[in-house]
Design a protein around this ligand. Structure first.
Ligand code: AHM
Ligand code: MG
Length: 341
């Protein structure tokens, strides 16, 4: 008989590995897990109750909010507020950070950055969506937390994870000691360890990019796409193109099967579309922990210093050898540009 290990049991078992093992980070992860189950319940009812469609509001990025965006945002913030381990939440759905100054949170040491519902354009069409979270330890020592506590480099994350609401619901996270995945068993209402020690294949054969923006891509990205599409039996090319349009789902697939996800700069998004603090950094941390790589085309994502909460970045992440090949293409065009000028 196989023994099931729940997320709660796993977190407690691993608590001793944490740099400051007092149970706070464990409790924080548990709070996130609980909110994820509530959001999952609602996502599964989409279509049956009035939660599809626009909320009629616009977030800081000028994007229309969906009812489920708003719902997920409220659930995660409320879980973090009442859990008492988090002093600041930074969310895609709020212009500014939310400082939690209640009595139970006054000694809280952690900062959570979150995209409560990623892949909003897929909500109304029953395609996988996700939640992305990133956890930092507070750096300032007293009083109200500072914005600099939130704008830390990705390399300072103490934990990061995502939840994918797909054909099944999974929570995948890292605390810097590998990546583990848990599948929600609806019959017992618990996330159960299903994917221990996840690693991304060193070489992959899937590339994921919104090719509709092709004309606007930097030359190096165009060259890499051409490379992916060329015929070469030895390297199993042409590669397969797969793009869902939900970052969590695209990266989850590539993590399991091997592949690369690309969101370069384009005319519509001259600085890239995805947000550094709560989309790029957590995904980069997870992928690196799984043995892959993550870059903005020039620097390692985790080495970038965020200057603004909702700062965007280009991002390329996935199987190590694919990221290296992409970098070759980008460096080649950069070199050629330098020679011309
Ligand atoms: P969102 O946070 O508003 O949902 O936007 C992020 C999403 C990512 O999940 C996805 O990778 C990307 O936007 C898709 O963008 P596009 O439709 O331009 O390809
Ligand atoms: Mg998002």
């Amino acid at each position: 008989m196989s023994v099931v290990k729940t997320l709660g049991q796993f977190i407690i078992e691993k608590q001793a590995d944490f740099p400051y093992a007092k149970g706070e980070l464990s409790r924080l992860l548990r709070d996130i897990g609980i909110a994820a189950k509530i959001v999952n319940r609602e996502v599964n009812k989409a279509g049956l109750v009035d939660i599809l469609g626009d909320a009629g509001t616009i977030n800081i990025q000028g994007e229309g909010q969906k009812k489920l965006d708003v719902y997920a945002n409220e659930q995660f913030i409320s879980a973090l507020r009442s859990g008492g381990e988090c002093c600041v939440v930074a969310s895609e759905e709020h212009d500014d950070c939310i400082y939690i100054e209640s009595e139970i949170s006054k000694n809280a040491k952690y900062i959570v950055a979150i995209d409560p519902l990623d892949g909003s354009s897929n909500i109304d069409v029953n395609v996988a969506i996700g939640t992305i979270f990133s956890i930092y330890r507070r750096q300032s020592t007293n009083g109200k937390a500072l914005i600099s506590d939130v704008l830390q480099k990705g390399s300072r994350q103490v934990a990061a994870g995502y939840i994918i609401y797909g054909s099944s619901t999974m929570l995948v996270y890292t605390t810097g000691k590998g990546v583990n995945g848990f599948t929600l068993d609806p019959s017992i209402g618990e996330f159960c360890l299903s994917h221990p020690n996840m690693t991304i294949p060193k070489e992959g054969h899937i590339y994921s990019i919104n090719e509709g923006n092709y004309v606007h891509f930097p030359q190096g990205v165009k060259d890499y796409i051409k490379y992916c599409q060329e015929e070469d039996v030895a390297t199993k090319r042409p590669y397969t193109s797969r793009y869902i349009g939900s970052m969590v789902a695209d990266i989850h697939r590539n993590l399991i099967k091997g592949g690369i996800f690309l969101y370069p700069v384009s005319a519509a998004y001259p600085k890239g579309k995805l947000r550094l603090v709560y989309e790029c950094n957590p995904m980069a941390f997870i992928l690196e922990q799984a043995g892959g790589g993550a870059t903005d085309g020039f620097n390692r994502i985790l080495d970038l210093t965020p200057l603004k909460l909702h700062q965007r970045s280009a991002i390329f992440l996935g199987s190590e050898l694919m990221v290296l090949k992409l970098m070759d293409c980008l460096n080649q065009t950069n070199k050629e540009k330098k020679q011309v000028s």
